[in-house]
Design a protein around this ligand. Structure first.
Ligand SMILES: Cc1ncc(COP(=O)(O)O)c(C=O)c1O
Length: 371
């Protein structure tokens, strides 16, 4: 036996191999008024009905919430025509991403995702004792053949964000179905459709049909983006009942708080607010893409509520230079070097003032104006 006994509790080695998730910045030292365009939040905020429901919950703070989040699951089920027994809610979809890894990966199993896929996937895979496997992308877009080529006997879960963050690109539903058809039946396909409501392409689908017709597909959704409720942490999954059953065994018994249940249900019933947020995005996303591209900055054609901007490598014009310039003017974008995209910044669609402001600031930046 080794004489070197640990002198303090030692985390598992896989945990210490994780690079902690770094959220988007929300402040700039010395700049009073900032436009936060770094976390893909809704510039229109939450539905007034959701805010009202949140406030009405204030009298309930001493009581435990409904651990099954029934009111919210029923509201979601009604909106999408699904059975509430096939829905599970999470403390953000982040929680569900993590629970799926914990439930389906044994130590040494592989969890697969694509090159620029959402960073929570490798974190969840490692935390569960699994091995993250990355499939290369083409044109900043997930590549079904590359993903299928990485599947081995050890693969237990495939995460696909569709559309993906931070690239904004998507796979047409036919490609998602081809991916699913190529997976062995014991591999779980987790379709993360956090930005589904923003997509205006008619070859896109979030995945409901695939969940309904198979035993190994889960669709993840969130209230953090178009519903403007990121602060309340509400995500949900639609899955076969055997998956719901397994997840329910490991989730916290009261993983959603009462304010989240009430506000989430009110939000999903407010079709008008949802439509306004979608219309706002449909107007400004293409405008931003076109205006920014005119400046000589490559823009990946994203379909979510954000754009990936590629800056030139020349000193003075890099993504880091642009980040400094924009921050000094009060525009906070997201640096995405942690995704292997050091030449890029990700910009969330904001209100008109912020959108026009960023284009003006980038125009000056590309023309060589000092910060
Ligand atoms: C692709 C994707 N999935 C999931 C999430 C997490 O969302 P939530 O706030 O529901 O945990 C995000 C948030 O940035 C995301 O971009």
């Amino acid at each position: 036996m080794s004489s070197l006994k640990p002198v303090r509790p030692e985390p598992r080695a896989e945990v210490m191999a994780i690079d902690a998730y770094v959220p988007g910045k929300s402040a700039v030292a010395g700049v009073a008024k900032v436009h936060k365009l770094s976390s893909n939040e809704s510039p229109l905020g939450a539905s007034p009905k959701a805010i009202e429901a949140f406030r009405a919950n204030a009298g309930e703070l001493a009581n435990y919430p409904d651990g099954s989040a029934l009111r919210l699951r029923e509201a979601i089920a009604k909106r999408f025509g699904l059975g509430p027994e096939q829905i599970i809610c999470g403390n953000g979809s982040d929680e569900l991403i993590s629970l799926l890894a914990h439930v389906y990966l044994r130590p040494g199993d592989e969890g697969l995702y694509s090159q620029y896929g959402f960073l929570e996937y490798p974190i969840a895979i490692r935390a569960a004792g699994g091995i993250p496997i990355v499939a290369p992308e083409k044109d900043y877009t997930a590549d079904v053949d590359a993903l299928l080529a990485k599947v081995t006997a050890k693969t237990k879960i495939v995460y696909l964000a569709n559309p993906n963050n931070p690239t904004g690109t998507y796979l047409p539903f036919a490609e998602v179905k081809r991916l699913h058809a190529g997976l062995p039946p014991h591999v779980l396909l987790a379709l993360d459709a956090a930005y589904a409501e923003y997509v205006t392409r008619n070859d896109y689908a979030a995945g409901i049909e695939l969940v309904a017709t198979s035993q190994n597909v889960v669709m993840l959704r969130t209230f953090s983006k178009i519903y403007g409720l990121a602060n309340l942490r509400i995500g949900w999954a639609y899955a076969p009942t055997h998956v719901i059953d397994a997840l329910n065994r490991v989730r916290g018994p009261f993983n959603l708080n009462g304010a989240a249940i009430a506000a989430g249900a009110a939000a999903i019933e407010d079709a008008q607010h949802l439509a306004a947020a979608a219309e706002h995005n449909a107007r400004w996303l293409p405008w931003l893409a076109a205006e920014i591209a005119k400046l000589g900055i490559d823009v990946t054609p994203g379909v979510g509520n954000f754009l990936l901007l590629h800056f030139p490598p020349q000193s003075g014009k890099t993504a880091a230079d642009a980040d400094r310039h924009l921050s000094a003017k009060g525009f906070i974008l997201r640096a995405v070097a942690a995704y292997g995209l050091p030449d890029c910044l990700r910009m969330t669609v904001g209100l008109e003032k912020a959108n026009r402001g960023v284009v003006a600031a980038l125009t000056a930046f590309m023309a060589g104006a000092p910060s």
